[in-house]
Design a protein around this ligand. Structure first.
Ligand SMILES: Cc1cc2ncn([C@H]3O[C@H](COP(=O)(O)O)[C@@H](O)[C@H]3O)c2cc1C
Ligand SMILES: O=C(O)c1cccnc1
Length: 304
């Protein structure tokens, strides 16, 4: 509550208008068999978001938040109505054999994220959540986390959509191989995002930067959006003041990165879905905080 007041400059801020932004992108690294699901699921879920049938849609309706779906890099050639088309390229390249994308493409995705955040502010949004969809993106997110922290992949890689032990081993090896092949510069967040990241991850980094620049509080979701936020904090450390951690994912890297950013999650429900689902779930807690500040009697009110 105190931080919300600080960000907005209002003692009792109005956060009635909420938006959940879902950035979407595909990952060439799925060719290495690192996910329990095929890459086509990214496109199917984009259609699902537009029909209102995904978990993030259900949860957002439940709390009165608008959902904005932004395609920065899916493999879909034709997008359904309702998607914001800001495609940078059709999926990343396979980072296990070369860079996921060019630096200029990562910069473009970051720029798009910044613009989307600024647009939301102009539209009157007062609290934003940030989430993602991209099969294979827990592999990319783990690679970014390993590159930027220097922590070995074995300690960071999780089960993503629910892979078995053998696939987990493969995922660890692919993260190690991607780092060895690309040699990302750990102090250059854009280099890391370009070489072993993803288009939706870079866009979320931009979103965090853009939101902070217009004093829009941002609620991050699970591992992937937290990796993006970590990259944003690396680019500009002050943005951490504008961030809220909604939940603690079962992905092992999530807690490590939240600790490094200096954030504590509001919910620990062992969730592992993504899409921004945990962020939306936490929105009513923000409303509750504002309601307490606005309505609860103080000792002075009681004549003490
Ligand atoms: C149907 C379905 C809906 C999802 N919604 C989010 N994710 C989540 O799973 C993906 C990351 O996991 P991995 O790295 O193991 O592929 C991301 O798209 C994330 O948002 C989903 C995954 C599936 C299968
Ligand atoms: O931590 C997350 O956000 C997550 C974990 C597993 C799969 N998708 C997302």
């Amino acid at each position: 509550m105190i931080r919300l007041a600080g960000i907005t400059g209002e003692v009792v801020p109005d956060i009635g208008r909420k938006a959940m932004v879902v950035f979407c992108g595909d990952h060439g690294v799925t060719a290495e068999g690192v996910s329990a699901y095929p890459p086509e699921v990214t496109g199917l879920m984009i259609h699902n978001f537009c029909k209102g049938g995904a978990a993030v849609n259900v949860l957002s309706r439940n709390v009165g938040a608008q959902v904005k779906v932004v395609d920065v890099g899916s493999s879909l050639r034709e997008l359904p109505d309702g998607v914001v088309d800001r495609k940078v390229r059709y999926g990343t390249a396979n980072m296990a054999v070369g860079p996921a994308m060019k630096r200029a493409e990562a910069e473009k995705a970051i720029q798009i994220g910044i613009e989307i955040a600024k647009d939301l502010k102009v539209e009157g949004v007062q609290l934003a959540g940030v989430g993602e969809m991209g099969i294979g993106n827990t592999t990319a997110a783990s690679a970014v986390a390993s590159a930027m922290t220097g922590i070995p992949a074995q300690e960071l890689v999780g089960r993503g959509t629910g892979i078995d032990e053998a696939t987990w081993q493969q995922k660890v090896e692919i993260v190690c191989k991607s780092l060895a092949v690309n040699q990302p510069d750990r102090v250059d967040a854009i280099d890391v995002l370009a070489k072993v990241g993803g288009l939706e991850i870079a866009a979320m980094t931009g979103f965090v930067l853009g939101a902070a620049s217009v004093r829009l509080p941002v609620v991050i979701d699970g591992l992937i959006s937290t990796v993006a936020a970590f990259a944003a904090v690396n680019l500009s450390s002050d943005v951490r003041q504008y961030l809220f951690a909604s939940h603690l994912s079962v992905e092992p890297a999530h807690r490590i990165l939240l600790d490094r950013i200096g954030l504590e999650s509001l919910i620990d429900a062992k969730m592992r879905l993504g899409e921004g689902s945990g962020a939306v779930l936490s929105f009513p807690m923000f409303d509750s905080a504002v309601a307490i500040a606005r309505e609860m009697a103080t000792f002075a009110d009681l004549g003490l």
